[in-house]
Design a protein around this ligand. Structure first.
Ligand code: SAM
Length: 236
């Protein structure tokens, strides 16, 4: 039986709590009652859990046995900021496909007004990732970093295999690069609608990133995100 799954906001060793919107939803819409059983992710681990107390502000669960769960895909996505509705769709799909971390990049060709508004938008992106994690039955929520410049973001990347998705690359496919890599942890970078500039491409090269192609067609950034993650998911 597929049970509803929640991701706890706070937890101890033996209990987990939902607060804010999650608690209100469970209390008012689902009318949860003490004794009901749900699946709850607490501190990154999936448990069977029993409702202890319910209020609009907090629902407390007693944690029962731990359940088996899949780990996130070990992929750190550097995603240039582009039109918000497309970007948000991309964040939702990247979460469903299992990306572990997403860093929004203020690229040179990110439109000015989007770059200015991005930092106010990031909480919404985190909520999208949380909802998408629950919907796709993930046991974790991807980290959504604050938007930052490419230079700053590159310093934070620890994945040993770093693949730059570039429509200008003709030979090295992402599948070949993944097959040749001995590492399990991957970073992927997807550019904005206008693509990366020459100085950004140079920054990638200076930081040991390898350009890879998804084929001869120019894909929208959100399509490239989904295609790249689907290939990672199949090969990692
Ligand atoms: N610079 C291009 C232009 O304006 O003609 C298009 C950029 S594309 C819309 C946005 C991003 O998607 C690119 O920066 C790249 O990261 C990725 N991308 C699109 N098509 C790709 C392909 N065939 N192979 C690899 N990456 C691709």
């Amino acid at each position: 039986m597929t049970r509803r799954r929640f991701i706890a906001d706070t937890f101890t060793d033996t209990t987990a709590s939902l607060t804010g919107d999650q608690a209100a939803h469970l209390a008012r819409v689902l009318r949860a009652q003490p004794g009901q059983i749900f699946d709850v992710v607490s501190n990154g681990f999936l448990h069977r859990a029993e409702v202890l107390t319910v209020s609009d502000r907090e629902v407390v669960f007693k944690l029962h046995e731990e359940l088996e769960a899949d780990a996130a895909l070990p992929v750190h996505l550097l995603l240039a900021v582009f039109k918000f509705d497309h970007l948000e769709w991309g964040i939702e799909k990247a979460t469903e496909l299992g990306a572990a971390r997403i860093t929004p990049i203020l690229a040179r060709r990110t439109e000015k007004h989007l770059a200015l508004a991005a930092s106010k938008r990031v909480e919404r992106w985190r909520r999208i990732a949380l909802e998408s994690s629950k919907q796709s039955r993930r046991t974790d929520v991807p980290t959504i970093d604050d938007p930052q410049t490419l230079k700053a973001a590159l310093q934070e990347v620890i994945a040993p295999t770093k693949l730059l998705l570039a429509e200008t690359e003709q030979d090295n496919t992402i599948a070949a690069a993944l097959n040749a890599s001995t590492h399990q942890s991957i970073a992927l970078a997807i550019g904005p609608e206008g693509g990366w500039t020459a100085d950004e491409m140079q920054l990638f090269t200076d930081n040991a990133w390898h350009p890879v192609t998804l084929g001869p067609r120019i894909l929208r950034a959100e399509t490239a995100t989904i295609a790249a993650l689907a290939i990672c998911s199949a090969l990692l």
